[in-house]
Design a protein around this ligand. Structure first.
Ligand code: PMP
Length: 362
């Protein structure tokens, strides 16, 4: 056994990390990681997207009697799950001629897709314009700019029927400037990226033993794309939507009257039904308040050393609630951690901001 494997195993023991792995399995795992990733040379950062780790939430998930696994999408190069679709959509559009060399790329984004696209656009050599609603955190806007994108922040709170809705504004600007409108909410390559990559990765990492898949919906690409693959492998896999209180998606899924209101968690929840979302595929929707999402985000950091954004807190809170409601034990539940905490230093990781924004009743 070489010294780094020994060091890894003793690290696990010294830190008393609860692990069901035998030493031999740990060695196999490390060799596999080295062979597949560490000793591999990529031709560009695009190839480093995906193949994210899955981490068992040994501390947060312990009480539930189920195995709670976190799919660490925040470890993608741009810090979020959206790198997967950004690189894939650009690549597909270049291949089939929808995106031409030198053409402007325009997208309506809550931020993370814009960051992924900014990286993809650096590689493809296209200019990028990201149109965002005001709610998007300043850190994300700044990040897109540093990565080379032009940004346009427009007033939020408009219905999709309003020409001033940020998606309609992006579409119009793309048409006026001869650009390619990416259209992540309707672009089938968004679903495809998760169907082809995220779903199979989750299936492999759980050895096909997954019972429940929990994610939020911004566009629905993650939940419906990976979820479709998982259900094809095993129709009994349950798809659970984690939805912020104030979003209309969970009410539409449950067939109840929606009560839309504003909420703080970024990236998930909607007041319109994205074209990619097939509500019939979703087995259960769980609503989570901002306070619960933020508390769980902080617990992920404090108990599991996972530094992630508020949508991760919402999704893990929903996964824990789902586990607590079950009468049977021993389910394997996979929760997505979509984005890094680094883009929320001035918001949910800032106590003054929280005092000013988190209402005592939320
Ligand atoms: N979490 C965050 C932070 C996001 O930015 C997004 C995308 N808006 C999601 C979750 C949801 O991902 P999807 O678009 O695949 O539904």
């Amino acid at each position: 056994m070489d010294s780094s494997i020994q060091a890894f195993l003793s690290w696990i023991r010294i830190n008393n990390v609860p692990s069901q792995h035998t030493d031999a399995q740990a060695v196999d795992f490390l060799n596999h990681m080295r062979g597949d990733t560490l000793l591999h040379t990529f031709d560009s950062i695009a190839e480093a997207v995906g193949n994210t780790p899955m981490i068992k939430l040994c501390r947060l998930g312990r009480a539930s009697g189920h195995t709670l696994l976190a799919k660490c999408e925040f470890m993608n190069p741009g810090g979020s799950v959206k790198d997967r679709i950004a690189f894939y959509m650009v690549d597909q559009a270049r291949q089939d001629g929808r995106l031409r060399p030198g053409q402007l790329i325009v997208e309506a984004t809550g931020g993370n897709t814009g960051i992924g696209l900014a990286l993809a656009a650096r590689l493809s050599g296209n200019e990028l314009l990201c149109v965002m609603p005001e709610k998007v955190g300043k850190e994300k806007v700044r990040m897109m700019e540093v990565l080379g994108a032009q940004t346009l922040v427009v007033p939020g709170g408009k219905p999709l029927s309003d020409p001033l809705h940020f998606i309609n504004q992006a579409k119009r600007i793309a048409a006026e400037r001869g650009g390619w409108f990416v259209d992540q909410f309707e672009n089938a390559d968004n679903l495809d990226a998760h169907y082809k990559f995220t779903g199979p990765e989750i299936w492999e990492q759980t050895n096909g033993k997954i019972d429940v898949f929990v994610a939020g919906i911004g566009t629905g690409g993650t939940l419906l794309g990976a979820g479709k693959y998982l259900k094809e492998k095993n129709p009994a896999v349950q798809l659970v939507l984690a939805d912020p209180v104030g979003s209309m998606l969970s009410d539409w899924q449950a067939g109840t009257e929606p009560h839309p209101s504003s909420y703080l968690v970024e990236g998930i929840g909607q007041d319109f039904l994205p074209g990619l979302v097939d509500l019939k595929l979703i087995d259960r929707a769980i609503q989570i308040t901002d306070a619960e999402s933020i508390e769980t985000t902080k617990s992920l950091l404090e108990k599991e050393a996972l530094f992630v954004g508020g949508s991760s807190g919402c999704i893990v809170a929903a996964a824990i609630q789902y586990c607590e409601e079950q009468t049977e034990e021993g389910l394997t539940v996979v929760a997505v951690l979509p984005s890094t905490g680094r883009l929320y230093l001035n918001t949910i990781f800032n106590s003054e901001w929280l005092l000013n924004h988190l209402s005592p009743t939320s």
